[in-house]
Write a protein that binds this ligand. Sequence first.
Ligand SMILES: *Cc1c(COP(=O)(O)O)cnc(C)c1O
Length: 358
Amino acid sequence: MPFRSRYTGLIDTYRDRLPVHDDTRIISLGEGNTPLIRLNNIPGFLEAEIDIYVKFEGLNPTGSFKDRGMTMAVTKAVEEGSEAIICASTGNTSASAAAYAARAGIKAFVLIPDGKIALGKLAQAMMHGATVIQIKGNFDVGMQLVKDITGHAPVTIVNSINPYRLQGQKTAAFEILEELGCAPDYHCIPVGNAGNITAHWMGYKEYNEHGIVNSLPVMVGYQASGSAPFMRGAMVDAPETVATAIRIGHPQSWDKAWATQKESKGWFDECSDQEILAAQKMLADREGVFCEPASAASLAGMIKDVKSGKIPAGSKIVCTLTGNGIKDPDTAIKQCRAPLQSVEATLDAVKRAILDNI
Ligand SMILES: *Cc1c(COP(=O)(O)O)cnc(C)c1O
C-alpha cells in the first residue's frame, strides 16, 4: 500500500510563498491543513438557500489559528539569532508562543490580563514553560508595555505587529481557495486586533495576483458589542465581552483592516455576548463542532446578515472558527441548560435516566 506523504506544516507546504530560505531551520508543530467543514444542519434551520463552511482553526496544534503565524514568527526569530520572544495576549497567542518557544528551545515571556483569560490557555502557557506575567490591566495595556519593553530587553515581539505572523496566517486563505477551487462569496471572521482578517485578505489577493484563481471574497468582520472599535469608529478604552479572545479595544491592525474592508467591499458588524454564546451552542449542538466564544462571533454575525438579506440567498460562505471550545470549559458549562444529573449506580436508575430523555 502506498503511504501518503507526511504533512510537515504550513511552511514546508507553502515554502515558495513565505519568506524562508532553503537552509532556514523551521520551527513547526504540524500546523495548518485544518478541515473546512460544510454545515449540514444549520442552513436548513435558517431556512436559507446558502452554502456554509466553517474553517476549524481550533484544530491547530495549540488549538487556535495563532499557530499559523507563530510557526513563521518563531522560525524567523530563531533565524535572526533571538533567544527570547515576548507577547501580550488574551490567551491564545501566549499558548502558541509558549509552545513554539519550547519547540525551538528559546524563552517565552507572556503578558496576560489579570483574571480575564480562559483557564485552558493559561494552563498551556504554564505547561510549556513560559514566564507568565499577569498584569493589572487589560490586553491593550499589555500590548503597549510589550512595545515599550523591546528597547530595554533582548526579546522579539511575536504579536501580530510582527509581519511574519500575518505571512503565516495568510496560508489559511490558500487552503480555502485550493479546497473550494474559488473564493467563497463571503468570508466571515471574528475581529480583535484585526491581524487575521488582514492576513486572509493578503492570502486571497496573492493567489489572484499570481493567476492561481480569479475570485475574491467579500470580507466581513464581526466584533463583540462591548469591544467594537471598528463599529464605533474609534478606540474603546474599557472593552468588555465574554469572548475574551476578542476583548480588545485598541486593534493593532486598524488601518490594514479598514483597507481590507474597503478593497473587498465588505463591512464590520457587532454581536451581543448573548448572540455569540447562542451561536457557539448551536454549532456544538447541531453540527458537532465546538469552538470558543470569540470564534462563534463569525457564525453569530453571519446568521444575522443572512436573516436580514445583507448576505443574499445562493451565497457560498466561509466562517473562520478561530479557536477550540475546550480551552474555555467554564463559559461552556455555564450555558448548558441540561443539568449534570447524578443517579444511583444501578441498572434501574440508569435505565430511567435514558428512557426519560429519549
Ligand atoms: C486572536 C483571536 C481572535 C482575533 O484575531 P485578530 O487577528 O486579533 O483579529 C479571534 N478569536 C480567537 C479565538 C483568537 O485567539
